[in-house]
Design a protein around this ligand. Structure first.
Ligand code: PLP
Length: 371
């Protein structure tokens, strides 16, 4: 077969920013029959109501373009049900093909060439390629100390001096679990009205630290909150997520997406998932119990670890992370090797599932790392 790399092909030139881009490495193939503790997904699947609603999908719902009516209202209703201090309306909600698509759309809508994106390090890996796609400059301030504290003072100073176009706050942060209080986030957003402060709350359910009950987009119009049904609700493969912000911001961000980017399966499943909040709440509760159980084991056996917000933790095994990753995989368990990530040398990230799943991980890990 012809070697495409080495042979000459006369093709149009792509944009320079795209040619130079390091693609984001998404989950590998062949994960479905394994215990997936590598990408922080729900480890037991969605509510039975979601499965039922998908099984009952009609021919029309497949052959006609998707309809979204009522979904934004449903999101608002479920957020208010969870916390009656939330004060938002449906014009402040945007529906996206996963939060990944919302992030990309925000950069597309707001990031000019050479604009600045401010974030922290290490954090979720998709912010950087989205900024690079727009030709933006990136400033990533490291978390502080062994406990990965949020670099609050440095962020505030940089923000005041440079007014970056976008500030990305992952709260709790993936992969360090670092938590930032809603009051501090609002304080940050008041420092520069020219900065769009994007608060990625993908793992908020595990801490309850959402900024939403503390704000009003009329007085804090430069803040956008991201929520997804991938993790707690277990809809990762269907791809649906939400951006919540001032109606003008949501309107602008929605201009760069296609009219039917979110498919009907995702919409139907989202209604069913939002109608069964108790299923999500009980899964979160189970994960939090499993978190306490595994934390106890680490403490008892003096395993170097870092565990904070979110359904994941960091571990520093005695053996090389790559070896641990391979050996766990042979026992049917996937984890994420973080050895090459800045400031995380020698570590692995493990998602938290149920207590039984954590017991399975712990037995395998003890053998692999001779604990
Ligand atoms: C912090 C963070 N934000 C966003 C995403 C993407 O979420 P979604 O599945 O809704 O695209 C992830 C997925 O791992 C994540 O960890």
């Amino acid at each position: 077969m012809e070697n495409i790399e080495s042979s000459f092909i006369d093709l149009p030139n792509p944009r320079k920013d795209i040619e130079d881009l390091q693609p984001y490495s998404a989950p590998l193939e062949g994960r479905r029959n394994l215990l997936r503790l590598d990408f922080n997904e729900n480890t037991i699947g969605p509510s039975p109501l979601v499965i039922k609603s998908l099984r009952e999908i009609s021919r029309d719902e497949i052959s006609a373009y998707p309809e979204y009516s009522g979904l934004k209202e449903k999101v608002v209703e479920s957020l208010i049900k969870k916390n009656s201090n939330v004060n938002i309306n449906s014009s402040e909600v945007g529906i996206f093909n996963g939060v990944d698509a919302a992030i990309n759309a925000i950069f597309h809508a707001y990031g000019n060439f050479d604009d600045l994106m401010l974030t922290t390090l290490p954090t979720f890996g998709y912010y950087t390629p989205c900024a690079q796609m727009r030709g933006m400059q990136i400033k990533a301030i490291p978390y502080e100390g062994e406990g990965f504290q949020y670099p609050f003072d440095s962020i505030c100073e940089f923000l005041t001096q440079n007014n970056p176009k976008i500030l990305l706050i992952c709260n709790p942060n993936n992969p360090t679990g670092t938590r930032l209080s809603p009051e501090r986030i609002i304080e940050i957003s008041k420092l520069s009205s020219k900065t769009l402060v994007v608060v990625d709350e993908l793992y908020e359910a595990f801490t309850g630290d959402s900024v939403l009950p503390f704000l009003n987009f009329q007085t804090t119009p430069n803040l956008v909150v991201l929520r997804s049904l991938s993790k707690t609700a277990g809809l990762a493969s269907l791809r649906i997520g939400f951006a919540i912000g001032h109606s003008k911001v949501i309107n602008i961000v929605n201009r760069v997406t296609g009219p039917y980017d979110v498919n009907s399966f995702a919409v139907i499943a989202a209604f069913a998932a939002l109608n069964d909040q108790s299923y999500i709440d009980s899964y979160v509760q189970e994960v939090l119990e499993a978190r306490n159980w595994i934390k106890d084991q680490f403490e008892k056996h003096h395993v170097k670890h870092h565990i904070d917000g979110g359904n994941y933790f960091l571990l520093w095994p005695k053996s090389k992370p790559q070896l641990v990753e391979q050996k766990l995989k042979s026992s049917g368990i996937l984890i994420r090797n973080m050895d090459k990530k800045k400031n995380l040398k020698g570590s692995i990230r493990v998602s938290i599932g149920t207590i039984d799943q954590m017991k399975r991980f712990w037995s395998a890990f003890r053998i692999v790392d001779e604990v």
